[in-house]
Design a protein around this ligand. Structure first.
Ligand SMILES: CC(C)(COP(=O)(O)OP(=O)(O)OC[C@H]1O[C@@H](n2cnc3c(N)ncnc32)[C@H](O)[C@@H]1OP(=O)(O)O)[C@@H](O)C(=O)NCCC(=O)NCCS
Length: 251
């Protein structure tokens, strides 16, 4: 057998005790666990504490839907209106996400981790991070939102919950410091958005940054299902952009 087809995994496997997921029999989990705890177990190898489970659940709820306006809202409906099956439409919701929409979490986690490791003075560490991004004309992931100019209410509620439930505040404080430093440096408010808030909370939960964007993705794809079903039952086949909304401007 070819060596590159040999997988070694600590996550799950079939044993004489049945399928074990992180050493827990799946058949026991089916009757005893909820989905969020099982997702946490699968990702971290640990069962979540009560407050950890509550905030991961809140993250998923906060990410499930934000109306039809953003790309992940209208793209699956347009794809559904072309007559595609549900899985194709769900995949299109995922493909509509990216670094500017729902896919800034992994990068934001890496930014916050870097700031956490950069000396004792966090204000200065945030300023250094902002300077390095400005030098390269890049946007800081996790900040700014086209709809929210003073506060992203989803981020606010998530942080309030996490603080009330006594989760560690280190990364939440770093995210708020970075928001403050951005306003000072750029002289304009760029809100800590849902991606930035989720980034701080996933680091608090000990979830790997590689998985960061997937937490938003899994929730938004779940949220797309109802939209796809509604669209396909609406009889609005083959959605088109109105002619007035398209300007042909040849060079
Ligand atoms: C989310 C985002 C696309 C919203 O864009 P928007 O509100 O339409 O903002 P605009 O594209 O109009 O940008 C307004 C100005 O703020 C700046 N800006 C916006 N977000 C910024 C950020 N995160 N870091 C630095 N500057 C930013 C833009 O460069 C622009 O500057 P300019 O006027 O000098 O050109 C944008 O804020 C962004 O790219 N954020 C980073 C990625 C991110 O967090 N995505 C997840 C969103 S939930």
């Amino acid at each position: 057998m070819s060596q590159n087809l040999k997988f070694v995994t600590a996550i799950s496997g079939h044993t004489t005790k049945g399928l074990l997921l992180r050493n827990q029999p799946l058949l026991d989990l089916i009757s005893e666990a909820d989905f969020v705890s099982t997702l946490f177990l699968s990702l971290t190898g640990k069962k979540p504490k009560k407050n950890e489970k509550k905030i991961l659940n809140a993250i998923l709820v906060a990410s499930i839907d934000h109306g039809i306006n953003p790309a992940s809202g209208f793209v699956p409906r347009v794809v559904a209106s072309s007559g595609n099956d549900i899985l194709t439409c769900m995949a299109s919701a995922l493909l509509a996400l990216g670094p500017y929409h729902g896919g800034a979490i992994t990068n934001a986690m890496n930014v916050l981790k870097e700031i956490a490791a950069d000396g004792d003075d966090k204000e200065q560490a945030c300023e250094r991070m902002i300077d390095s991004y400005r030098l390269e004309k890049r946007r800081i992931p996790g900040f700014g939102h086209p709809k929210y100019r003073t506060v992203d209410p989803r981020a606010k509620v998530l942080f309030e919950m996490a603080r009330k439930d006594e989760l560690d505040i280190e990364y939440m404080n770093l995210a708020k410091q970075l928001e403050h430093s951005l306003e000072q440096k750029l002289n304009k408010k760029l809100v800590l958005n849902i991606d930035g808030a989720i980034a701080a909370l996933l680091l608090t939960l000990g979830i790997d940054p590689i998985a960061g964007n997937a937490m938003f993705g899994v929730a938004r794809v779940a949220g797309s299902i109802a939209h796809i079903v509604e669209e396909q039952k609406s009889g609005s086949w083959v959605r088109r952009i109105p002619e007035d909304d398209v300007e042909f401007a040849p060079e």
